[in-house]
Ligand binder design. Sequence first.
Ligand code: SD4
Length: 332
Amino acid sequence: MNNRRNFIKTAAVASVAVALQSFTGKPKEESINDLTKKINKPIVLSTWNFGLQANEAAWEILKNKGRALDAVEAGVKIPEGDPKERSVGYGGRPDRDGHVTLDACIMDEQANIGAVACLENIKHPISVARAVMEKTPHVMLVGEGALQFAVAQGFKEENLLTEESEKEWKEWLKTSQYKPIANIENHDTIGMIALDADGNLSGACTTSGMAFKMRGRLGDSPIIGAGLFVDNEIGAATATGHGEEVIRISGCHLVVELMRQGKSPQKACEEAVSRIIKLTKNRNKDLKDIQVGFIALNKKGEYGSYCIQGGFNYAVYDDTGNRLIDANYFLK
Ligand code: SD4
């Protein structure tokens, strides 16, 4: 009797599962629709070691029920303003002609967007990107025009090329070989995504780009959909690494769309990386020369990350604290 009851119970559960499966076409991979799980908010994620410090600044805002948009701006301003960080903002490595040119973008829960690219002499490009978003009818300003706008908005012009970065550049000039190396000094672009106490998502991304790049070169970081994407119904993603490869697949938009299809943030990052891997092989390029890492966060505060090569890490701050996590990677 007992066995029979168990059999009926098991069969009933199995048939519901099969029915669900045939209804959706495939089993749901993740719990974005699982309403029984508590939402993990607020939470903030950011790329690389310097994300730990950046998260601290963001958390100050998030823990006081502040807006995710304010949190991500405040967070990424930390490495932007730190001359020791050689891949973001003040002290960033210059292009091959010796100019420090900065790229940044920002996106909020209402799909408001702002970006600057090839901006020179302004320490906090993320705040200029936010001003583009809030004070112009446009979404992106570049070069001279971006600088002109920043100055008109009251941003101070200053030299961003520090002695150390200039020294490195002069050393590089001796050979002038442009060959981007993955995971240089274990830190790079900062991308930050956050879910606030109200359940709203925002993101920010800022960089000095590839060291000693061609003058005028843009990577993925200031491009909405490539280096950053936020959809307040689904989730957010940001990227680091070789921008050319991220742009090729519209990386962060892809990650968010994969989450929309039911994938977990982890699986969505893995799938996006696998697209880059496939294209790299099809184009007969060497995967060993490429690093790309994605981090992603969904509306329930679940997160994940994946990259091509080992060495990429990201920082997560939620109500269990701030910690650094080594991202899983493809090339073992
Ligand atoms: C770029 N994605 O300019 C940026 C730089 C970066 O690891 O993240 N490098 O392509």
